[in-house]
Design a protein around this ligand. Structure first.
Ligand code: ATR
Length: 280
């Protein structure tokens, strides 16, 4: 039987998920398909109602559907219940279930990109408090991180994270970002700053201990200015592309029954799709 999955979003043309899942289907010799499917917000409910009848094993969900999908399906785990968003939907026993794989993808990317890295007891500075931040805060706290300092332009959104995740998540003003870096074992940019076409992330790294690991969830460009500057002063870095690849692992396993590996080969394939001039 050919298993089918897809990624839904509006718009969806930019998604690299078909490249990732297509690579794994071929690599593991699985008779399956993974397509891009544009779904408008007003079509979402009909899409889910007919998902199983259309022979789909499930789907990835991207903007703007992550919250609506959470409400439309059963929540598969407690970590996802706290996030109120899903990025992965799968059919089981005649019902649709949803989960968020961003947190585990983020942790797996750090473990792969910086072997030996552990969240336990680490102080983390997070820049930004947008949609992507919640999954990271949840995963880091579940993995035993110590204090998480969150600096955001709209402070109220950082306050919300404290309300939802407890006082180990500390809200701060954006203006405090550079100063907070002195506490960091790990720094994560979750803002859109530094992304191709967006304004630069202007932050002074002078206070940052040079042992601190620096990562960015932005992966266009593959190495953001933040990562370049951190690397130039001797800090270890993990680029954002790893998270995109690792968050895809559980969906593939749920739909196609094989837990796939994130290999250098896959990394290079997707990196070259983003930047044809990429060299390992
Ligand atoms: P979401 O992920 O919730 O859709 P987003 O618009 O993609 O949000 O923005 C992601 C993050 O980038 C947010 O933390 C946002 O800050 P606000 O919460 O204040 O909007 C941050 N961000 C975007 N542009 C920014 C800028 N020019 N300066 C500082 N932070 C910025």
């Amino acid at each position: 039987m050919t298993r089918k999955a897809c990624v839904i979003g509006w718009p969806i043309s930019h998604s690299r998920s078909p490249l990732i899942h297509g690579y794994w289907l071929k690599r593991y010799g699985i008779a399956g398909s993974y397509e891009r499917l544009p779904v408008k917000p007003e079509e979402l409910s009909a899409f889910f109602s007919s998902l199983m009848a259309n022979g789909l094993a499930g789907c990835n969900v991207t903007l703007p559907h992550k919250e609506a999908a959470f409400r439309a399906v059963r929540t598969a785990d407690a970590a996802t219940a706290r996030l109120s968003v899903v990025n992965t939907v799968f059919a089981r026993d005649g019902e649709l279930w949803g989960t968020s794989t961003d947190g585990e993808g983020f942790l797996a990317s750090l473990a792969a990109g910086h072997p030996g890295w552990r969240a336990a007891g680490q102080s983390v500075v997070i820049l930004g408090a947008g949609g992507a931040t919640r999954a990271l805060v949840g995963a880091l706290l579940d993995a035993g991180a110590g204090r998480i300092f969150i600096a955001n332009r709209t402070r109220a959104k950082a306050e919300e994270l404290k309300r939802d995740f407890g006082c180990r998540a500390e809200p701060h003003d954006w203006a405090e970002a550079s100063d907070l870096l002195r506490h960091a074992d790990l720094v994560i940019n979750t803002t859109s700053l530094g992304m191709t076409g967006q304004p630069a992330l202007e932050i002074d790294l002078g206070n940052l201990p040079n042992t601190a690991l620096v990562t960015d969830i932005v992966y266009t460009p593959l190495e953001t200015d933040l990562l370049k500057r951190a690397e130039a002063r001797g800090n270890p870095i993990v680029p954002g592309l790893g998270m995109l690849l690792h968050q895809a692992v559980r969906g593939f396993e749920l739909w196609f029954g094989t837990r796939p590996e994130v290999t250098d080969d896959l990394y290079d394939l997707v990196a070259r799709d983003i930047d044809p001039g990429y060299r390992r």
